[in-house]
Design a protein around this ligand. Structure first.
Ligand SMILES: [Zn+2]
Length: 350
């Protein structure tokens, strides 16, 4: 198992942190059927926003093609979204005329693996202040098998060693799928509001993620691991241990013990689970729907809303007012007097 874990979900810089899992943030879904333009950048930005050029940030052709190949074969099979991967094989740094990017991917080996969530990407790829577009995703490593031929967009490629020196040799590409999961609106399964069967030991968790390769402060660990996702405006299955949006931790980070519970968090998922596929289809309908055996949590939830304030019947309320006034007492006594007088009169006749 590689030491580089899939830890990510870059929080939006200018928005409140949103934590999400196969849990979707339904407020950040792309319009169903969208075509999303994907650009690969051959440079990164430093902390001051300046471009940094270095050969290690330049994508190899097969790396770009591999990402397109994986997403075409996974997310695009189940979600009604069309990612257009602009491979820019001559590294011109441009897209075809009239095309602007929706998704911008950098390869910064020291930048971790992360993506903004859903349409938050547009805040960076299409900034309203006309400043330079920023990356919406970074892949700090590329999990691909070595020396494997594949075909994408009608051309043949062979995978190389890429920039992953860690040894993802199992032929699976969970990190790529996981990050694109965020891109289509998915959140971290371990933070599910839909019933995770464990709780984290907070001190152990902070200590673990404060170390490499994450080097997170407590706020980072809170937003990526510890904070439960608010179930408001989210949908998805009950906790899915097989979700691509789950990532693996040592069992010592949770309070519960036992081989079953540890198996939930210690193994790394590398492929879309059936529930991931199902919810991709629910949120982006149009592709054949895969069944999910877990219970569903749909949004919007239909909650009873207060009806109009009942209008009192004017006649009833006149007869039975909330507060009996002096006039009513006089009226009541008057009626009694009339009835009594009538009865006396009738008795006197008899
Ligand atoms: Zn993530």
């Amino acid at each position: 198992m590689d030491s580089k874990k899939r830890l990510c979900q870059k929080p939006p810089k200018t928005f409140k942190l949103l934590h999400d899992t196969a849990i979707f943030n339904v407020t950040k879904l792309w319009q169903n059927g969208s075509t999303l333009q994907v650009q690969f950048l051959n440079y990164i930005y430093d902390a001051d926003g300046n471009k940094v050029n270095d050969p290690k940030y330049v994508w190899a052709s097969w790396e770009k093609a591999w990402i397109g190949y994986i997403i075409t074969d996974t997310i695009m099979k189940y979600a009604n979204l069309n990612f257009v991967f602009h491979l820019d094989l001559n590294n011109t740094g441009t897209l075809p005329p009239g095309i602007t990017p929706d998704i911008i991917i950098t390869k910064n080996p020291k930048g971790g693996a992360w993506s903004y969530v859903g349409t938050d990407c547009l805040n960076y790829s299409k900034p309203t202040d006309q400043s330079a577009p920023e990356p919406t995703m970074n892949l700090g490593w590329l999990d691909a098998p070595y020396d494997t031929p594949f075909t994408f967009q009608g051309a043949s490629y062979t995978t190389g060693t890429g920039f992953d020196q860690g040894g993802y040799t199992n032929g699976l590409s969970g990190t790529i799928v996981h990050e694109f999961g965020h891109t289509v609106g998915m959140l971290h399964e371990l933070q599910t509001p839909f019933g995770a069967p464990f709780t984290f030991n907070r001190d152990a968790t902070y200590a673990y993620f404060a170390g490499p390769p994450n080097n997170w402060n407590s706020a980072d660990t809170d937003s990526n691991v510890l904070d439960l996702i608010d179930r408001n405006q989210k949908n998805g299955s009950n906790f899915d241990k097989d979700s691509i949006m789950k990532y693996s931790f040592p069992c010592k980070l949770i309070n519960e013990t036992g081989p079953t519970i540890c198996s939930y968090i210690e193994y790394t998922t590398e492929i879309l689970s059936n529930c991931d596929k199902y919810w991709l289809g629910i949120n982006y309908p149009g592709k054949p729907l895969v069944s999910c055996p877990l219970a569903s949590n749909l949004w919007p939830v239909i909650t009873p809303t207060p009806g109009p304030t009942p209008v009192p019947n004017p006649i009833i309320s006149k007869l039975f007012p909330d507060k009996i006034s002096f006039e009513y007492i006089l009226l009541f006594l008057g009626i009694i007097l009339v009835i009594a007088s009538t009865l006396l009169f009738l008795f006197s006749i008899i």
